[in-house]
Design a protein around this ligand. Sequence first.
Ligand SMILES: Cc1ncc(COP(=O)(O)O)c(C=O)c1O
Length: 367
Amino acid sequence: MKTEWKGREAINNIKPYSPGKAINEVKKELGLDKVYKMASNENPLGPSPLALEAIRNNMEDIHIYPDGSSLFLKEALAKKNDIGIDQIIVGNGSDEIIKLLGESFLEDGDTIIMGDPSFSEYDYIGNLMGAKVKKVPLVDFAFDLELVLDNLDESVKIIALCNPNNPTGTVIEKEALIDFIERVPQNIIVVLDEAYKEYAGQDLYSGLNFIKEGKNNILVLNTFSKIYGLAALRVGYGMGSESLISWILRAKEPFNVNVLAQVGARAALSDIEHVKKSLELNEAGKEYLYKEFANRGYISSPSGANFIWVDIKQDSKKIFDALLKKGIVIRPGYVFGAATHIRVTIDKPEVNRYFIEMLDDVIMNDK
Ligand SMILES: Cc1ncc(COP(=O)(O)O)c(C=O)c1O
């Protein structure tokens, strides 16, 4: 049929996001009973039990519109991070805040800088808003901040740094970050996307430090989708100066975060036990997988997150397909432009072991 309508030119440049395959989809497609999703960096321990309890206790209220400002959640976040309530924006996942950032800052003629490879939402908002996306290659799978500075020009409005980076897991060194933030012109917004911050622990120098020093051009992003285990609820938050946050808030929908997400996230914040267990599980799994990869001669990047980026020296598309048939979903590196890498989410010990067994199996059979 002939198309009569004409969409926005910018939409032409958008490649629809290809998420990690859903468990039910894989089960149905391949007729499998059991599928392990090691593709989207979710928490294998599941949601915080305190969050579940809070959600159950608030189910009766879903006929009422949620608090559009997520006030109680912001109060808890302000306390935890020791900043003002007006320095926080809560979103329908940090994805929403990334989109709001694009909508409130980018237009035709502007540039957003991101790493290559890095989190695709930054590519998406650049294209969506008709801006230019400049991808600065990582060096040894980590940000080279000198190279980022070399790429600055008058058109650059936003620099997006994922710290730790997705998909490589690498963390930016404190001194390099401080030096970089001092040298970036103040009219450029620097996003420090710290979705995996809890896993990085002491290794991470958080962008929150710059905000507390009074820097006006820093946006720090965090999420409840990772260590708090609430990915399906969709709740994330951004922190910055009051003026930056109030600017981004102008683009926000009135009721962007549902009530169950607000109460669940607030309860999860106080669930110290769940966070501790999740961290311990992740550390043990990371050590195990590092060792197994090293034993096989596969080089993995040091990870400050709940996933590992590893060179398995094989066509990642083939390995992805073969593992899928075994009921394991990973993220193949070719989607990030790295043909022989894979990104695998750290899971429970028995799942990690099964993954290694199946990886050996599919690699052996590929020879
Ligand atoms: C670096 C990074 N930022 C943001 C997100 C999005 O998180 P959310 O679920 O809060 O939208 C992800 C999700 O994988 C991520 O890896």
